[in-house]
Design a protein. Structure first.
Length: 98
């Protein structure tokens, strides 16, 4: 019995998935999420620590709708500073230093 090769089908499928991914990223990607759902909030740096590579890591927290969220950033800030971060009501774990 002859064995069939599906290599070309796999390549075409992968290219199709990549094209669809680029389309969806352009239509509903990160910039769309930032503009549609993101909002800047003020966060207060409450602590400093070092990561495993020895880089300075600032920990911050902010309150939205009576809920406290925490995050961290590698930016050059000091304890007690107020920084601006992006808060996503739909995806609250995607906080980003601005």
């Amino acid at each position: 019995m002859k064995k069939r090769s599906f290599g070309l089908v796999k390549v075409n499928f992968v290219m199709f998935v990549i094209c669809i991914g680029f389309f969806l990223c352009g239509k509903f990607g990160i910039p769309y999420i930032y503009e549609k759902y993101g909002m800047p909030v003020d966060a207060v740096v409450y602590g400093m620590s070092n990561d495993t590579k020895g880089r300075s890591l600032a920990r911050y927290e902010f309150i939205v709708d009576q809920k406290k969220y925490r995050g961290s950033t590698y930016k050059n800030v000091h304890e007690g500073d107020t920084i601006c971060v992006w808060y996503f009501p739909v995806l609250p774990w995607l906080n980003r230093y601005n």
